[in-house]
Design a protein around this ligand. Structure first.
Ligand code: SAM
Length: 238
């Protein structure tokens, strides 16, 4: 599945997230023992600090990154873009329950072709999304295009941990545990088999940082969590 390219890969990813949308939050909590909430909160702090203006959350899914951004008093509006209507529907229901429906604006769209004008946003975030993009340099170029000069782009992502032992142990645990959790709690073994595969084929924090710099970001702040398996990288558009 991860070998798929271009539109085939996008269609596979959209359909997979559509199927698991109702169980996505629960499975995240089980797989990370609740840590995903803390990682997103850390990333949202970096993305929202000293920012004045609207924020775009790309690959917004069930909306948790957007809701963490909206907890910051200087953030009024977050646009949550995703190509899975099912994931965004869960986000919309949650935004109503949280009383954030006037400040969370859901948009169906593709990260590779953002329906926004140049420099529209003061800050752009992507949480656990970039690993799924079919053409990462293209999507990042469009993300940078819609970010104001001097504005921020913040990426939160699972990466291959540094060091051979940590990397092997992490990937073994992931490959062994996640499909079982997926089958039991979401009734979807295949979707949760994709997750470790996508990480195995993804990059290290150093490689991801280099790609973000290549896309035009400067003054990167890089943090790792989860024994090096989670990267939070924030940079400024030059
Ligand atoms: C792992 S979820 C992350 C959701 C959320 N950001 C979070 O922190 O939990 C990945 C999301 O990215 C979306 N996605 C993947 N590729 C995309 C693309 N090319 N354009 C828009 N959304 C995309 C999927 O539909 C899914 O909702």
């Amino acid at each position: 599945m991860v070998q798929l390219k271009g539109n085939d890969r996008s269609a596979f990813v959209a359909s997979m997230f559509g199927r698991i949308s109702r169980r996505y939050d629960l499975l995240n909590t089980l797989m990370t023992v609740g840590m995903h909430y803390i990682w997103r909160r850390n990333a949202a702090k970096l993305a929202a600090t000293h920012v004045s203006g609207d924020i775009l959350d790309v690959a917004s899914g069930t909306g948790d990154f957007a809701f963490d951004l909206l907890k910051h008093s200087n953030v009024e509006i977050v646009v949550g873009l995703d190509f899975s209507p099912e994931m965004l529907n869960v986000a919309i229901s949650k935004s109503v329950k949280l009383g954030l429906d006037g400040r969370f604006i859901p948009v169906i769209g593709d990260a590779h072709l953002l329906p926004f004008s140049e420099e529209r946003f003061a800050s752009v975030t992507v949480g656990f999304g970039v690993r799924n993009f079919s053409d990462l340099p293209k999507a990042l170029a469009d993300i940078v295009r819609v970010t104001r000069r001097g504005g921020k782009v913040t990426v939160l992502e699972i990466v291959r941990p540094r060091g051979r032992l940590a990397s092997v142990l992490f990937l073994r645990y992931f490959r062994w545990m996640t499909p079982k959790l997926g089958r039991f709690f979401a009734g979807d073994y295949e979707a949760y088999k994709y997750l470790p595969e996508s990480v195995q084929n993804f990059m290290s924090v150093t490689q991801l940082s280099e790609i973000l710099e290549g896309a035009g970001l400067r003054n990167l702040v890089v943090e790792t969590k989860g024994m090096g398996s989670i990267a939070i990288i924030s940079g400024e558009r030059s």
